[in-house]
Design a protein around this ligand. Sequence first.
Ligand code: CA
Ligand code: CA
Ligand code: CA
Length: 345
Amino acid sequence: MQFNRFLLAGAATALTFATFTFIAQESIAQDDFSMGFFITSSGPGNGADLGGLAGADTHCQTLAAAVGSGDRIWRAYLSAQAMDGQAAVNARDRIGSGPWHNAVGVIIANDVDELHGNNNLNKETALDEKGEVVNGRGDSPNRHDILTGSQLDGTVVPGDADSTCSNWTSSGAGSAMVGHHDRTGGGANPTSWNSAHGSRGCSQSNLRGTGGDGLFYCFAADLFPLLIPLDNGTIIDPTERLNYVHDVLGTWLGDSNLDGEFNSSDLVAIFQASEFEDAIVGNSSWVTGDWSGDGEFDSSDLVSAFQDGGFELGPRPAVAAVPEPSSVILLAIGIICVCRFRESQ
Ligand SMILES: [Ca+2]
Ligand SMILES: [Ca+2]
Ligand SMILES: [Ca+2]
C-alpha cells in the first residue's frame, strides 16, 4: 500500500512535469516566429579562423544582438574534429531542437531531422541577420560557400584530414568543408546546403577565390522551455533556483548561454545585451544576466554567480569544488566596476 502510494505520487509528479514541459513547448512552437536562423552577413574577417567554436558563437551572438535578437542563445552551425585531447563536436548537436525561422518569419526547418532532410533552406530563405539575400552563384561576388566542417547529416567528417581549418583556428594551411546556401555549384554534393566540398585553403583570399567569404550559419538553440521556470517567477527562492540550475540545467549560476560552463563568453554575452543596471524595469532574463529572477541584471547577480564558484572551472563536476570565498568576491567586485565603467561611457 505504502509502495503503491509512492508509485502514484511519483507518476503524478512525472505527469505534471511532462504536462508543463509540453505546454511550454507548445506555446513556443505556436507563437514564436522570431528569427532563429541566419547566415552571418559578414565573417570575422580572418578567413576560417573564427576563434574556434566559442569565437564563432560569439560572432553569431554579436550579429544577432545588433538587430535586436540578443535575447536568444545563438550557436554557429560548425563541427569540430577530435584534436589535442578534445572530443569531436557535431554541428547538428549544437543548435537546439528548432523550429527555426529566418529574419522575415519564414520556416527553415521544424527540427534537426528536417533540417538534414527535406528542409526549406535555399537562396531565397537563407537570409542574413538583416533579412537580406546572401549572394550566390551568378552574383558578383559569389559568397555561397558556407563554412560547416560537416557531413550531409550534420556530423563531423571522419578521419584525420583537416575538414575544419584546424577547428576554426587556421587562416592559412588546411581546408574546411563548406555547403552551398543557394543549393547549386561544384563539388561532390553541389546541391547540399552543408556538405558540398572542401575549401581550397583557410585564408580569406582563398575562401573568396572559390566562391566563399568566411560566412557561416547561426541558429538559436531552443533552450527556452528549461529557462521558463527561472524567467517567469515560478522559482523565486534562491536555494530552489540554485538547485534547479545545478540539478536540472546541470550547470553553474552565471552560465547565461547554457553551454555547461560559466566563463568569459557568458560575461561577453551579457555585456553585449547592455542591460546592466539600466533604467528599464524588469527587462532582463537568464540569458541577459538576471540569474536571481527579479527581472533585473545588477551587481547582486554577479556576486551570487561568483559565489556559486563555477567561474572558469569548466563543466560542472558531480561533486562541486568549494570556491575560495575571498578571491571570487574580489573578482565579482572587479567585474562590477568594469560594468559600471562601461555603462558610464
Ligand atoms: Ca556558458
Ligand atoms: Ca533593467
Ligand atoms: Ca537579478
